[in-house]
Design a protein. Structure first.
Length: 144
């Protein structure tokens, strides 16, 4: 998405970076645009140490915050999610599909979120107006 001569891209975030109050200082072109929905991915606490993660799941819909960022800043975002892979996808935003990037870790079996990290994520979701039920589903055991 060009803005003048600057190439911009959406960054979809539904996990730990939402609780990081200094992220916009380190990624200085990051601007909150609103809420978006990423289809085909589910929120899970399967990242390192039980961090929030995105895992492919047919029919799943995950809500998160959608930020606009200059493409040149993607390497800085990469450092904010160490060990996660940057992925490209399509996010629903204001009734249209938009190209975005998001980050996902290799799922770790047996990973569990700490009570403190879940509470911090719930607080961030509440402030952003994101659905708490999404966190509840992520904490529920996944049928195998």
């Amino acid at each position: 998405m060009p803005r003048g001569n600057v190439k911009m891209l959406y960054y979809f975030c539904c996990g730990a970076p939402l609780t990081d109050l200094g992220l916009d200082r380190r990624v200085d072109t990051l601007r909150l645009e609103g809420q978006g929905r990423l289809d085909g991915q589910r929120l899970a606490f399967s990242g390192p140490g039980g961090r929030p993660n995105l895992e492919p799941a047919a029919g799943a819909q995950t809500w998160g915050c959608l930020y606009l960022v200059e493409e040149r800043m993607l390497p800085v975002l990469d450092r904010e999610e160490p060990g996660a892979a940057r992925r490209e996808g399509l996010v629903r935003f204001e009734g249209a599909e938009e190209r975005c990037v998001y980050y996902a870790y290799p799922p770790q079996s047996g990973a569990r979120a700490s009570k403190e990290s879940v509470e911090a994520l719930r607080s961030a979701y509440s402030q952003a107006g994101l659905p708490q039920a999404q966190i509840d589903r992520a904490l529920a055991p996944v049928p195998r």
